[in-house]
Design a protein around this ligand. Structure first.
Ligand SMILES: [Zn+2]
Length: 323
């Protein structure tokens, strides 16, 4: 890490944001690598209070580094954006594409989806460390990757029906990442070192796709709206990528895509394919399908087109085996 951030370091301190677990594990190694320049800030939750804490620590600083699974990267990214400082992302797991994207998911804001920040100046992903993260986190990363299939179709739909800008290069880049899971699910399921490297690189690439598009469009469509709505009505149930995976199965069917292939790929990587596996009751899934598009009305998706009522939602979730 010392070599990695040295260019922007100079004589100034480096603010390192990390959760308490990660902090205990890596503090000594990072301190010696940064030759005493690290100034640690413990991140307890992905919320604005923690963003402010990191910003406060970041005076006379050359850059901010976020080390951890998700919250520290999100908090560090937004703090760096607001302080106009370079940000380095050091993910210790690969459960979603926030490790590389120009967006930060922060709780307690008026909008229940990701805020625009800026992409990291660098991403230091130690595949050995990420391999040792719980399998559930890696499976969740696969859920976030397959979601690019339905996100891109929603983007194409919006382009056709509303004239919204559509960039085929960014779209294809995102689809290539989804293919890592669709084509390679059997190999990925064992989560060996090579497979995890593919998974991490695919997640990084989707962040690049969002950067090229200048919006989260290639990475986030109706399946993400479904996941964000569940965040509101069932907080703490299921990981982001797990909920996006469930959403992708259903939205793929609604888009007349090959939802069974999505479901089979998720099963192969041991990601959940039913609401029960996430402890979600049927009526929560139905409510999320009915109301998801209301949280971001300007984002035109297949849910804006078909406007599902309770009965249609029930039949969609039932026919895909989600409930
Ligand atoms: Zn996502």
């Amino acid at each position: 890490m010392g070599e990695f951030v040295r260019e922007s370091a100079g004589r100034k301190k480096i603010v390192v944001a990390a959760g308490s677990n990660v902090l205990t594990k890596v503090r000594d190694t990072v301190d010696s690598s940064l030759r005493g320049k690290a100034y640690w800030v413990e991140v307890s939750a992905p919320d604005l209070a923690n963003v402010r804490k990191v910003m406060k620590a970041a005076s006379d600083t050359c850059c901010i580094v976020g080390v951890g699974g998700g919250k520290s990267v999100d908090v560090g990214k937004l703090a760096a954006f607001r302080k106009s400082l370079p940000f380095y992302s050091v993910p210790t797991s690969a459960s979603h594409d926030g490790i590389s994207s120009p967006f930060a998911s922060i709780r307690g804001l008026d909008k229940p989806y990701s805020l625009k920040a800026k992409p990291p100046l660098g991403i230091l992903a130690d595949v050995g460390v990420i391999c040792s993260a719980p399998r559930r986190l890696l499976a969740s990363g696969c859920g976030d990757l397959v979601s690019k299939l339905t996100a891109v179709r929603d983007w194409q739909l919006a382009h056709r029906e509303t004239g919204e800008y559509y960039g085929s290069y960014a779209a294809n880049l995102a689809l290539m990442s989804a293919d890592v899971v669709i084509e390679g699910s059997r190999r990925l399921g064992s989560f060996g070192k090579d497979s995890v490297r593919d998974l991490v690189e695919a997640l990084i690439s989707t962040g690049v796709a969002a950067g090229i598009a200048g919006s989260s469009r290639p990475c986030s469509g109706s399946e993400h709206l479904f996941s964000h709505y569940l965040d509101l009505i069932a907080p703490g149930r299921g990981l982001h990528g797990e909920k996006c995976g469930l959403g992708t199965i259903m939205m793929a069917k609604l888009q007349k895509g090959d939802w069974e292939v999505v479901r089979a790929a998720l099963k192969s990587v041991h990601a959940p394919v039913t609401a029960a596996e996430l402890g979600l009751k049927e009526d929560l899934v139905v409510e999320a399908l009915v109301r998801a598009s209301s949280i971001r009305p300007e984002r035109y998706t297949v849910l804006s087109k078909f406007k599902l009522d309770r009965q249609k939602s029930m039949s969609l979730a039932g026919s895909t085996g989600v409930i």
